[in-house]
Write a protein that binds this ligand. Structure first.
Ligand code: NAP
Ligand code: MG
Length: 493
């Protein structure tokens, strides 16, 4: 695996040193050789009789094989969800429903270590992130929404909130367990039943969650988890007995889904791509800002919809900030996702690595200056050095399009008006960050930025009580908080 050396220290003392490896133990996680589909509370063979491999992107080794659900399987899952909805879940008192959701939350906590290992093995993210962010935040979403289940009339007073029925939920590969929790918890709390499809490259944590759900004694059919590729997702979207589609993924697929459900009764929330601007003013605490920018883009290999992938630095401090960024970049540890020292893990798939490489080439062709760190990369698996581009123009594709990798485009600005115009000038509008010493500037900026979330003097902070979602081509609808209940309800007067 990668050499672990602190280049910051190397620069200062002309000496290099390595951290001893501190890998989390694989043996603390049980992964079956093969997984079937979780339908109606039981593991069922796929009618397609087909299975596909899921691999560890850090070494390309096969972890398991999972069933490929076809249209008949999707139908089976929807029928199970409909029966559970009509016969059990909608009739159950909200207080009883809450108990199940609480139980799932506690079981996720109990199995936190195993879930974190599985998440890092299957998706390539550093164990520190899956352990300290993904899994606890997933548990917190179940806790939070369990609390709302019997208080919906307080969330929407005098509006008589009613569940919708069966929710079809399709999630991406960047936060597999957390996205499943974001989707399942509010759906159950509002009295709906679920058919969920995880992404093709990261199905294992959702299947572990299915085991937890089975163990929790949740009535059969309330949550069905089926694996497959894009075609399985498309079959969920077009199934006539689904009342709501909740999708997180690319803008491209979001548009296909919107077309597919146009003219039907289906409600939808689409959480799509982003190209967040992180803005550093000259009066910002620069060291903290640099740390925030690093966290904003290199967290989870840049596989984050709200990643701060565009940095706008005020011209007067640009040179200083770029120098600090490069120094800090050199000290990032790239390597084994299971190692507790690792800052940057593996790229999720070969396909995603190719996309990132394509953009690195485009950036160079567009005339931007590329800087990548000098760290050694493991020979097997999918890896990308943390990279930044300077001399980037606003119109460059690397400043406009979502790369979804550890690649930062650095641009400069002189005035507030200029940076607002530039920051808002993308098809996306999911998140943004502002770094300044002045409260008034923060308020002015947040008011004028077209982004669902604007972080001030911090970045990538999440909490189940806080709504999240985009403007423009970043989608519509909100997940999290009280707002996250609304897409799963009809409000009648
Ligand atoms: P994706 O290709 O759109 O896939 C997302 C999910 O949709 C996967 O489960 C995928 O299955 C499935 N899918 C593919 N084609 C489909 C179709 N025609 N109909 C229905 N489902 C289909 O996105 P991704 O590459 O996995 O994820 C990265 C994207 O997600 C980025 O653009 C990122 O910004 C976005 N994202 C947004 C948020 C947010 O909250 N706004 C959060 C996280 C990620 P397969 O896995 O088999 O392809
Ligand atoms: Mg995998």
């Amino acid at each position: 695996m990668a050499t672990r050396k602190s280049n910051t220290l190397k620069l200062k003392f002309d000496t290099s040193w390595s951290y001893a490896p501190a890998p989390e133990s694989k043996s603390a996680a049980t992964i079956n050789k093969q997984y079937d589909l979780f339908i109606n509370g039981a593991w069922q063979k796929p009618s397609s009789k087909k299975y596909f491999d899921t691999i560890n992107p850090a070494n390309e080794e096969k972890l398991s094989e999972v069933a490929e659900a076809n249209e008949a399987d999707v139908n089976k899952a929807v029928v199970a969800a409909r029966n559970a909805y009509e016969k059990v879940w909608r009739k159950m008192s909200a207080k009883e429903r809450a108990k199940y959701i609480f139980r799932i939350a506690r079981m996720v906590q109990e199995k936190a270590r195993e879930l974190a290992i599985i998440e890092s093995l299957d998706g390539g993210k550093p164990i520190r992130e899956s352990r300290d962010f993904d899994v606890p935040t997933a548990a917190n979403h179940f806790f939070y929404y369990a609390g709302w289940a019997d208080k919906l009339e307080y969330a929407f007073p005098n509006r008589n909130p009613q569940s919708l029925g069966v929710a079809g939920q399709i999630i991406p590969w960047n936060f597999p367990l957390l996205m499943a929790a974001w989707k399942i918890a509010p759906a159950l709390a509002t009295g709906n039943t679920v058919v969920l499809k995880p992404a093709e490259t990261t199905p294992l944590s959702a299947l572990k969650l299915a085991e937890i759900i089975q163990e929790s004694d949740l009535p059969p059919g309330v949550v069905n988890i089926i694996t497959g590729a894009g075609a399985t997702g498309a079959a969920i979207v077009k199934h006539p007995d689904i009342n709501k589609i909740a999708f997180t993924g690319s803008t491209e697929v979001g548009k296909i889904i919107q077309k597919a459900i146009a003219g039907t009764h289906k409600k939808a929330t689409l959480e799509l791509g982003g190209k967040a601007a992180n803005i550093i003013f000259e009066d910002a605490p620069l060291d903290q800002a640099v740390e925030g920018v690093i966290n904003g883009i290199f967290f989870n290999q840049g596989h984050v919809c709200c990643a701060g992938s565009r940095l706008y630095v005020q011209e007067s401090v640009a040179k200083q900030v770029i120098k600090k960024l490069k120094d800090r970049l050199e000290s990032l540890i790239v390597g084994d996702p299971l190692d507790k020292n690792t800052d940057i893990g593996a790229i999720n798939s070969k396909q995603q690595l190719e996309t990132i490489h394509k953009y690195l080439k485009i950036g160079k062709q567009e005339g931007a200056e590329m800087y990548e760190t000098s760290c050694a990369l493991p020979r097997k698996g999918f890896w990308c050095r943390p990279t930044l581009f300077t001399n980037v123009a606003q119109s460059n594709r690397i400043a406009q399009e979502e790369i979804f990798g550890p690649v930062l485009a650095v641009l400069t600005f002189r005035t507030e008006d200029e940076v607002i115009e530039k920051a808002n000038n993308t098809p996306y509008g999911l998140s943004a960050g502002v770094w300044t010493d002045k409260g008034s500037k923060i308020f002015n900026m947040t008011r004028r930025m077209r982004a669902g979330v604007v972080w001030a003097n911090t970045f990538n902070k999440f909490d189940p009580t806080s709504p999240f979602g985009g403007y423009k081509e970043s989608g519509f609808g909100r997940e999290g908080g009280l707002h996250g209940l609304l897409p799963y309800l009809n409000l009648a007067n």
